[in-house]
Design a binder for this molecule. Structure first.
Ligand SMILES: Nc1nc2c(ncn2[C@@H]2O[C@H](COP(=O)(O)OP(=O)(O)OP(=O)(O)O)[C@@H](O)[C@H]2O)c(=O)[nH]1
Ligand SMILES: [Mg+2]
Length: 448
């Protein structure tokens, strides 16, 4: 990190304020060259002009703040120029700073440097991007929890416990008469306790991912059961065309909304029925794909019609998915009863609604909400596949260690625990390859 980086840290566009940020060893030298007031002290606000040192021409007026290493976001010297929020003025200043020796920052490079300087660990660094991209209140809460160490503290605690266990085992191996040893039962309990903690963390992944990335709720069912009517009722505006003609929806229709604080993408599908119509066949393929990729399926039935072979075909398609059975058109005389549906889907929730009359929608919304965010869930979540895979690896080693306890070969138990610790190190970024780092930080914007 010998070079000094520069970028516009505010979004491109017109606004009250625009910020240009420098970080790296030559930061102060370069920054001061374009600022009219002498910046004497760090962490102090100075007002002045931003000018072109070659022509002495004033470009803008603004504020400069200098953060001296290591007390800055990146841990390096940082110089911030707060100017008017234009496009050209910021661009020109960046150009001048590059001419003076800085180079344009890569995506996420400021945060990457912060990570490399131990200002935050990898989980917290990933939380920065989640916080910036959070679309709803809950998503923001999850990101903040992760940014302020919610997960990292737990990992730290787990590592401490494993290290303690290892030192007990190895002490006993190296100094068999001086160290209080753990018997097999105690050893197994210590490993089981840690395993439980990890499994608890792993169990938050599904929910964490759904809150961070958005949950896909797919409305499925045969033609004319009222899928599009329900989509419109859930969105609270008329998004999809509704008609009494079967086969109205021919493509998937989707819309992301803030669903009581959670980002939810509702997807209406084309009803599947036997048909030779080319477009309908294509629509059908999309419906099947949407169901496969959906997180939650609202599987709809028409109470005013008897069950058909198509309904049953659909049932097969949605088997094994998180699904909610919805019986629609309950305002009409019933031909399909709850009892009949129950015999098909025993033990599953069946919700009775009238999408047309907007009856039962609130109950359905509550059930969808509870399905996404179960009440008994933890407060801190893991959200990325990387975290999930690391933790799964840890579980494997701990399970192996548990198996080995009975064999009495404590040095092998210790090896497995060490492997687990290495994986936890990868998780928090103590040991991580440059490729992984590049993938993570390329998700960021330039200037962050
Ligand atoms: N009585 C009554 N009619 C409804 C209800 N929900 C939908 N309908 C009517 O049923 C017909 C079909 O509704 P849609 O929402 O287009 O049904 P769909 O499942 O999207 O149909 P396709 O797109 O063709 O698969 C329309 O005439 C709606 O007004 C309901 O709860 N009660
Ligand atoms: Mg439709």
């Amino acid at each position: 990190m010998n070079d000094t980086i520069v970028a516009i840290s505010t979004p491109k566009g017109f606004g009250g304020i625009g910020v240009v940020r420098l970080s790296g060893p030559a930061t102060f030298f370069i920054g001061q060259k374009v600022f009219s007031t002498t910046v004497k002290k760090p962490r102090t606000v100075y007002t002045g002009y931003i000018f072109n040192p070659d022509t002495k021409e004033r470009i803008d007026a603004g504020i400069a703040i200098y953060f001296k290493s290591p007390h800055s976001y990146t841990g390096e010297d940082v110089f911030e120029l707060q100017m008017h929020g234009g496009v050209k003025n910021l661009e020109i200043v960046v150009k001048i700073l590059i001419k003076l020796g800085a180079r344009l920052a890569e995506r996420g490079e400021f945060t990457k440097r912060a990570f490399l300087n131990d200002k935050l660990d990898l989980i917290e660094a990933e939380a920065v991007i989640e916080l910036i991209e959070a679309k709803t209140e809950k998503a923001l809460k999850v990101a903040s929890g992760r940014l302020f160490g919610g997960i990292s503290d737990k990992i730290f605690e787990i590592k401490k416990r494993l290290l303690y266990t290892i030192s007990a085992i190895e002490g006993a191996i190296d100094f068999p008469f001086d160290v209080e040893t753990l018997n097999a039962g105690q050893l197994e309990k210590q490993i089981t306790d840690v395993l439980n903690l990890i499994n608890l963390l792993l169990s938050t992944y599904k929910t964490g991912k759904r809150i961070e990335e958005g949950t896909k709720v797919v409305i499925a069912g045969r033609t004319n059961v009222g899928k599009s009517t329900l989509l419109n009722a859930l969105l609270k505006f008329d998004r999809a065309i509704v008609s009494e003609i079967p086969g109205t929806t021919r493509d998937t229709v989707e819309e992301m909304i803030d669903f009581f604080g959670i980002p939810v993408r509702f997807i209406d599908t084309a009803g599947v029925r036997e048909t030779k119509d080319v477009i309908e066949v294509l629509g059908k393929e999309r419906s099947v794909k949407a169901i496969q990729q959906g997180d939650i399926i609202l599987f709809m039935f028409d109470a005013s019609e008897i069950l058909t072979a198509e309904d049953k075909k659909f049932a097969k398609l949605t088997n094994g998915k998180d699904r909610i059975i919805v019986l629609n058109k309950t305002d009409l005389p019933a031909k399909l009863t709850i009892k009949e549906l129950k015999s098909l889907f025993n033990n599953e929730d069946i919700i009775q609604i009238s999408a047309l009359k907007k009856k039962g929608i609130k109950v359905l919304e509550q059930i969808i909400y509870d399905e996404i965010l179960p009440k008994e869930i933890e407060t801190f979540f893991i959200t990325t596949e990387r975290e999930k895979n690391c933790l799964k690896g840890v579980v494997k080693h701990l399970e192996k260690a548990k198996e080995l306890v009975d064999s009495g070969r404590d040095e092998l138990v210790s090896e497995e625990l060490k492997e687990a610790i290495i994986l936890l190190g990868i998780l928090t970024g103590e040991k991580v390859s440059t490729e992984i780092l590049d993938t993570i930080f390329s998700r960021f914007c330039i200037g962050k």
